[in-house]
Structures are given as C-alpha cells and as structure tokens.
Design a protein around this ligand. Structure first.
Ligand SMILES: Cc1cc2nc3c(=O)[nH]c(=O)nc-3n(C[C@H](O)[C@H](O)[C@H](O)COP(=O)(O)OP(=O)(O)OC[C@H]3O[C@@H](n4cnc5c(N)ncnc54)[C@H](O)[C@@H]3O)c2cc1C
Length: 455
C-alpha cells in the first residue's frame, strides 16, 4: 500500500533526486516537468551532428550525494573521476603549472605542488599556507562569516593580487560562480574546507564522459520509471493551491489537475516564487535578494588536436577553464574544446563575433597549436541565470525544505543546503525535501515556529 501521494514539480537534479527518494520511501509519486526533457540546468542538445552540453559540468569526489544519484541512475560508466587531483594550469606564452595532490593527508597533500607552482613567489607561498590554515578555522555557519566578501578576508590575510588571481580565483570562480570580491566568505570557506582542506581525496575532479542529457535525462527517465514514478514532460505547473480538506491541487494547461497530500516544488527561485502560495511563508523578495550569476561557454571545434589535457585551468588570461569535449560530443577528427566562463555577467550581451575575436587569440596564446589550427566551428551557449549569487547575506535568504504549509516542501540548488549552487547542492536539497515530504505523509506536522524559512 502506498504511503500517500507526492507531486514533484520540476525535473532538474533536485526534482529527480526528490522523486526517487519519495518512491523509495513508499510514496506514490508523479513528477511534472515543463520542458520536453529532464535534467534542468545540466543538459545537452544536438547541433550539426554533435551532442553538446549547455555548459561544462564537473563534480568532486566529496560530492557524495551526486555520486550516489549517478549510481541510482545506473550511469557510473558515463562519468569518470580522477584517481588523484591533477590540474594543468596554463598561462599565455608557454607558462605551465600543475596542481596535483600527493598521498599525504590534507592539507599537506598540496604542499609539494604549491612549492613548485610557477606563478607565485616564496613570500606568497608562505602567506598562502597561513591563509589556508586560517580558512580552515572559519565557522561557515557563523553569520559574521556571511557578512563579508572572501576578497576582503583574503586582503586581511596579506594575499597579493597575484596570489588571488593565480590561486584563489582559480577555485572560487568555477565553484561559486562569483569572483572573490563578490563571494561570501562563509560560502568560499565551505568550498575550500570540504573540497580541499579537510580530506586529501575530496577535491579529485569528476566529469561526464557522455553528453549530460544521456545521464540527467535518458538514464534518469529510466531510473524514475523503474522506481514507479510517473514522469510527465511538457507539463508546466501554473497553480498550486492548498485544499480545504488537506493536501494540494496542482494545475496547468496540459496537466489538468493533480491532487497530492505532499508537494515538492523543485524549481529555480524565480519560478518557485511565482507558484508558491503566500501562506507558504517564504519571505517577500527572496528570489531577487538571491539574484543570479551568468555562465557562458565558448565552443570551439578545431580541425586538429590543439590541447593534450582532458581539461586545464588558465591564469593571466580571461579564459578560465578549458575542457576537451571531443569524445563525449561524438566528434570524429579534430578537437572540440569548451571554454567555461563563470561569473560572466559582463559578457552576457557580447555577440558571438565579439567573443570569437576576443577569445580565439587567447586560446592561441596558451595553446600554441591552436595558433595554426583551423577553426571549423565556434558557437556560444549562455545561461544568464545559471546560479544564484552566493554573495554576503545570501544564506539568510535560502529557505530550508519545510514551508509553513504542512506537506508543502521546497527543493533546488538555491535552498539552504550549505553548498553553493551545484549539482551536489541540488541533489542534497532533493533528498532533504523528500525526507520532509515523507514525514508530512506520515502526519508529522511541524509547528509554524519550527519551520526553517526566515520570516
Ligand atoms: C552552464 C552551467 C554550468 C554549471 N556548472 C556546474 C558544475 O560544473 N558543477 C556543478 O556542480 N554545478 C554546475 N552548475 C549548476 C548546476 O547545474 C545546478 O545547480 C543544478 O543543475 C540545479 O538543479 P535544480 O534541480 O536545483 O534546478 P533546475 O536544474 O533549474 O531545475 C528546475 C526544473 O524545473 C523546471 N520547471 C520550471 N518551471 C516549471 C513549471 N512551472 N512547471 C514544471 N517544471 C518547471 C525546469 O524546466 C527545470 O527542469 C552549472 C550550471 C550551469 C547553468
């Protein structure tokens, strides 16, 4: 017998994780997704015979919830994880560095690499080691740590501009999707503590060997069907109302009406605000307070291989991170590189021609073979609101899963998971939401003053 009926609204990673957890917990689950595919912000599409990701996605070994989801989707063969963290760091004019961990425990695992890192001097190395130690001691849950920017804290730790650019930004930008001068100290400290400073293996990097939709759409759809979840694509929810006798009515033009005892709203913050009833108690303006930050990917198809690494970080150039997507996209002959530009608000409205004129010479400057290779294709993907802004003060606007209406639960990478807006954060939020929804089905109602939404 079913434990009760749950409707999950939104088929991104949060919604997929929530639906699978609820089904595993014995609920009768349906998942409503507006688009014709699952996977939300992490997807791929077809273009001229290739399957192309909307933006490069990586995860770390410490992303345990996301990795567990990959297992549940039976998609382990579609991702890979480095046995040991190793990142080539390239600079224009032949600069070559590497961040690689040794077998020593954290934080010593990076010591040898940083000692040889060519972009900083000895004084900077010493100051860096001291700052990393102090960063370990920052209380990520203290409100004071969420009141200042990471950049301001780094300045107080005597970090030179060069060290900020060649070490701290390298990690902060792609993980927080903000530069150090905009990111919250608390959120940055969480990333460094969990990903680099506590466990030596935590920062090993993983990525998809297949197009993202092979995992987050096709494998996810199979896993949801196996679990007994009814997946309804092209089912945009327009209204969500509590019913007088308990439970909720969910409706939309192609859905008609669905009735459920518990509803999980697994949407981005702006859509969630439109759908959630005022009685849910989320604070007015939470979505605009969280804001958004853009990610742009430049996709460059060369007629021959120009980069030997699977991926590389760059310094002293606006390139940020470069990934080889040749195999995963299905390209035969030549090499397909994706240049991932995080915190790219300033470039959001630049035309493809402008980006091409600016970035192809930068690629040639860090990858000499690119200077003579022919560019067969160049295109741009833009996600204007890729993530919320993990800026000072953001934490207070991130709600926990429970709302003031028993049985109405929120999920999404923007909710209060403690993580930045990542795949890991999305999956964790889905799991937390499922636990809250299942508890609601069992009649465990929280009193309003125990709800975790800020008011
Ligand atoms: C370009 C880019 C690069 C990124 N890189 C990384 C990375 O390297 N590593 C990492 O961990 N994270 C990365 N992220 C972040 C990560 O993709 C997101 O944090 C995560 O996918 C968010 O999942 P979600 O389920 O919370 O939300 P979403 O993925 O936004 O899912 C919400 C879903 O709700 C659906 N929906 C909207 N309105 C309705 C409605 N009315 N009715 C029904 N359904 C609706 C949407 O179609 C969508 O499918 C990146 C994001 C982008 C955009």
């Amino acid at each position: 017998m079913s434990r009760g009926r749950v409707t999950v609204i939104g088929g991104g990673l949060a919604g997929i994780a929530a639906a699978l957890e609820c089904a595993a917990g014995g609920a009768d689950v349906s998942l409503l997704e507006a688009r014709g595919r699952l996977g939300g912000a992490a997807y791929s599409f077809h273009r001229d015979g290739l399957e192309v990701d909307n933006g490069q996605h990586v995860f770390l070994r410490c992303c345990t919830a996301y990795r567990q989801l990959i297992e549940r989707l039976d998609a382990q063969a579609l991702v890979t994880l480095q046995p040991r963290l190793s990142v080539a760091v390239l600079a224009p004019g032949g600069g070559r560095g590497c961040l690689r961990r040794t077998g020593l425990p954290a934080p010593l695992h990076l010591a040898a690499s940083l000692a040889r890192y060519p972009y900083i001097g000895w004084r900077e190395r010493l100051a860096l080691a001291l700052a990393m130690r102090r960063l370990q001691a920052v209380d990520v849950n203290a409100s004071e740590a969420d009141e200042v920017t990471f950049g301001r804290w780094l300045a107080g730790q005597r970090q030179s501009r060069n060290a900020v650019e060649t070490v701290w930004e390298l990690i902060t930008r792609p993980t927080l999707n903000l530069g150090v001068n905009e990111a919250s100290l608390a959120q940055a400290a969480q990333v460094f503590q969990v990903g680099l400073l506590s466990d030596a293996a935590a920062g090993d990097i993983g990525w998809a060997l297949a197009p993202l939709s092979e995992i987050h759409d096709r494998a996810a759809a199979r896993a949801l069907t196996r679990a007994g979840v009814r997946v309804r694509l092209r089912s945009s929810v327009r209204a969500l109302e509590p019913e007088p006798a308990g439970g909720f009515r969910v409706s939309g033009p192609t859905i008609g009406e669905e009735h459920a005892e518990a509803v999980i709203v697994a949407l981005g913050p702006a859509r969630a605000r439109q759908i959630l009833p005022a009685a849910a108690g989320l604070p007015r303006g939470f979505d605009t307070a969280l804001g958004s930050s853009a990610i742009i990917n430049l996709h460059v198809v060369y007629d021959r291989p120009v980069m030997e690494h699977r991926f590389a970080a760059t310094v002293r150039t606006p390139l940020q991170w470069i990934f080889d997507r040749t195999r995963s996209s299905g390209l035969r002959g030549g090499q397909y590189l994706a240049v991932s530009l995080s915190a790219a608000d300033a470039e959001r409205h630049d035309t493809a021609a402008e980006l091409r004129a600016r970035y192809l010479p930068e690629l040639a400057a860090v990858l000499p073979a690119a200077a003579t290779a022919k560019v067969r294709d160049f295109f741009v993907t833009r996600e204007h609101a890729a993530t919320f802004r993990a800026a000072p003060g953001a934490r207070a606007w991130r709600p926990g899963p429970r709302t003031r209406l028993g049985g109405l639960v929120v999920a999404g990478a923007w909710t209060d998971t403690g993580w930045p807006a990542t795949m890991e954060g999305a999956v964790r939020s889905g799991q937390a939401a499922a636990a809250a929804a299942l508890a609601a089905l069992d009649g465990v109602r929280r009193a309003p003053d125990q709800a975790s939404v800020p008011v």
